[in-house]
Ligand binder design. Structure first.
Ligand SMILES: Nc1nc2c(c(=O)[nH]1)N[C@H]1C(S)=C(S)[C@@H](COP(=O)(O)O)O[C@H]1N2
Ligand SMILES: [Mo]
Length: 321
């Protein structure tokens, strides 16, 4: 908190975040698409954002298709955290136009037998694309349900063959001042870096995503390729990935460096472990924030406990927050 204040930015309290209703037009609120429960892309029209189509087959991974109603595309693409484009929720949609998602490469280095650089087309062809409908829970206390297109990160991990020394995976994202006006602020150490334990990265629910709602990712959601780790707070899901590094020691993450007492390495969604400045017991589902909308109870591991709980057996989750 002190660090964040010194850097001239205070992470907003969940209660201070502008209610979604203030952003929504009447048409969006009563639009038929918002009322349809299933098949997000179809429900919102074939071209929700009028970007290039990117379809995925139905996933057979356990837990990959949550039944909650998908968030409206307009919300998922206009209410974003992507600090490289500013710290307001509306900044990424407004400023990420300058991001150039092609040509794009992702370098894989460190403790792997087959290091190298993948271009986007090579990455897209590495494994069959699937649709996954995941909950995403931000540490700030709001959540969405987003249909992603991608494949398990494990596909890429297996392809590059980690050595016996690889215990963690670091994700490094683009930091280009010419494309990203937010880099002028020192709110975080750039480039934005995140990390997972190798077994977490290998879990089939950990996703390498290239699209959402049946189209390529909009820039503000992390084009052209990002990570999505649905059982962890949203900030673990690094956008606009340029480097994956396999390492022996637990890597430092940007959020840990900014405020170590507030953002741990694990950051598993856990309603029993509060953020030092606010409760994590409940959340506001974006799109449900009318005057009388109820907050939802936050679920252990964001509801993915049956699938991922074993990864943390015997660990003190207060200590490893
Ligand atoms: N590179 C980068 N990735 C990032 C962030 C960021 O600021 N920069 N914000 C994170 C946070 S806090 C959240 S909640 C999610 C939001 O993803 P979405 O906008 O696609 O919903 O992206 C995460 N990935
Ligand atoms: Mo977040």
């Amino acid at each position: 908190m002190h660090l964040l204040r010194e850097r001239g930015f205070v992470h907003p309290l969940a209660s201070e975040i502008t209610p979604r209703a203030a952003y929504l037009s009447r048409r969006q609120l009563i639009g038929a698409a918002a009322l349809l429960p299933l098949g997000a892309a179809k429900a919102q029209g074939a071209r929700p954002g009028r970007l290039a189509p990117l379809a995925g087959g139905r996933s057979t991974v356990a837990g990959a298709l949550v039944m909650d109603k998908p968030t409206a595309y307009t919300d998922a693409s206009t209410y974003n955290n992507f600090y490289e484009f500013g710290t307001d929720k509306s900044d990424p949609a407004q400023y990420a136009r300058t991001l150039k998602p092609r040509p794009w490469t992702v370098a894989v280095e460190g403790e792997v037998k087959r290091p190298g650089t993948f271009d986007l087309d090579g990455l897209l062809k590495l494994a069959p694309l699937e649709e996954r409908i995941y909950r995403l829970r931000c540490v700030e206390g709001w959540s969405m349900v987003i249909p992603w297109t991608g494949y398990s990160l494990a596909e890429l991990v297996r392809r590059v063959e980690p050595t016996g020394n690889a215990r963690f995976v670091q994700f490094v994202t683009l930091a280009d001042r010419n494309q990203m006006p937010g880099l002028r602020s020192s709110v975080l150490d750039w480039p934005y870096a995140e990390g997972l334990r190798l077994d977490e990265a290998m879990h089939p629910l950990a996703l390498l995503a290239f699209g959402m709602y049946g189209e390529v990712l909009p820039n503000q959601n992390g084009a052209p390729v990002r990570v999505v780790v649905p059982w962890k707070y949203g900030f673990k899901s690094a956008k606009s990935l340029v480097k994956i590094r396999f390492v022996e020691k637990q890597p430092k993450t940007s959020w840990e460096l900014a405020a170590p007492s507030e953002y741990g390495f694990y950051s598993n969604v856990n309603p029993q472990v509060d953020h030092p400045r606010w409760s994590q017991a409940s959340e506001r589902r974006i799109g449900e924030d009318g005057l009388f909308a109820k907050r939802r109870a936050t679920l252990m591991f964001n509801g993915y406990e049956p699938q991922v709980g074993q990864l943390y057996a015997g660990m003190d989750l207060r200590k490893f927050f």
